[in-house]
Every structure is written in structure tokens, then in C-alpha cells.
Design a protein around this ligand. Sequence first.
Ligand code: CTP
Ligand code: MG
Length: 231
Amino acid sequence: VTAPRSAWGIVVAAGAGERLAAATPKALIDLGGQPLVVHAARALQEARLIVGLSVAAPPDAVAAVADTLDAAGIEATICLGGPTRHRSVLAGLESCPGGVALVAVHDAARPLVAASVVDRTVAAVEGPWVAAAPALPVVDTLKEADATGRVIRTVDRSRLWSVQTPQVFDRSALERALATADPSTDPTDELTVIEAAGGAVRLVEGDPRGFKITYPGDLLLAEALLAASEG
Ligand code: CTP
Ligand code: MG
């Protein structure tokens, strides 16, 4: 048995947060006294298998992100995020030091991820597995419908999963897959790139606290969960 390899963390924090409709970029929105990006970066930093961090910041808020991480005592390489999540991930990848075997890409919009989930996901990238992500079973009944709303069929959800982050990659496998991917496409995530290249992607047990803050109600839920866990 070989010891689990460690990973470089990439926090993607460059989104505008249009669906949240706040005045500041989403990553800088306060959750219980700290901005979302601080919560997310700290969760990665607390994971045993994360050795260092890059944070992709919104181009117009690089200094604000750097200052807020600094004030929270979090050491990170700040890089310039791109116009899409995928481009922000690529910027983060470029800022990784050489010699790092694995990278863990995490959404700043998932501030309450547990460090144990991060470690479990990093450890899962071994042997034939070149990527891994935490996932939860889909809970709602799924229907396929036409444009008029008429249901065509009920989808069997027993094999369907909702995927969270961090998404962890064998770095060289990801770089190889990206090199052969069509550069004009903009995948929603990099697992898709690995899947297209035929790489084995592994799902591990996620946690409901890894949910993504998308709408204002999600922020209220996160505040309540944080307050409850702090007693
Ligand atoms: N992200 C990024 N760069 C972008 C777009 C998104 O780094 N150009 C990051 C976001 O900061 C977030 C994660 O990707 O941590 C998931 O994206 P999402 O939840 O869609 O955040 P936003 O794009 O900010 O929100 P919205 O789509 O509502 O504008
Ligand atoms: Mg978005």
C-alpha cells in the first residue's frame, strides 16, 4: 500500500455571482463574518492532503481577494481568473508549482465543504483513477419533458449523482486531456475533459454541506448551518 499523494488546491473565485445579484463579486460576500473565498480556502488549507493553494480572483477584485486572504492568515498564490469557470481553472493550473502530482479544483461558492471530504477525494485519485469528485445521490424524481411541459418519461435516478467539488485530478492526465481537447469548447467542468479522453473518473461520498451558493436563499441556509455548527 502506497501513502496517498498530496494535492495543490485551486480555488476558483472569479465569478460575478449574477444569480445572487449582490453589489460585490460572489467570492467576497460575507458569510458569518468571513467572505466566501476565505471559508473555501480555509477548508482546503485544513485538509491534510493539500500542500498549497492558488486562488483565481475576479480581474477587477484581485487586490481585494489578496487582502482578505492575507487578513485571514491564509497563504495563497493569487492569479487572474478568466471569463468562464474553465478559463479560471486553466489560470489556476498555470500557477501551480512544478512537481505537484495532483490538483484539487474547488468552487469558492462552496464555503462549507468539510476538510474530510477534501482528503477523501484527494486520496481517491490512485491506481487506475485519474480524477475524483464528491457526489450525492439525486433526491428528486426526475422527469423528461417536451417543450410544452408534457412528460415523456420518468428517468431512472438509481445511477444518477449530483457532483460537488473539489474535483481532483492527476495533473499530468489533466494536462494531456486538455492538450487534446478542442480549445474552442468551454466545458462546465474538467471531469468532462477527462471523460472525453477515456480517463476513469471516480465518485466518492459527498456531504450536504458541500452545496453551492447560487441564489440568495442558499446564503441564508449556509448562515443557518454555520451558526448551528458553531453552537
Ligand atoms: N467561476 C470562476 N470564473 C468564472 C466563473 C465562475 O472562477 N469566470 C467560479 C465562481 O467564482 C464559483 C464557481 O466558479 O466559485 C462556480 O460558479 P457559479 O456558482 O456559477 O458562480 P458565478 O459564476 O459567480 O455565479 P453566476 O453564474 O450566478 O454569475
Ligand atoms: Mg456561473
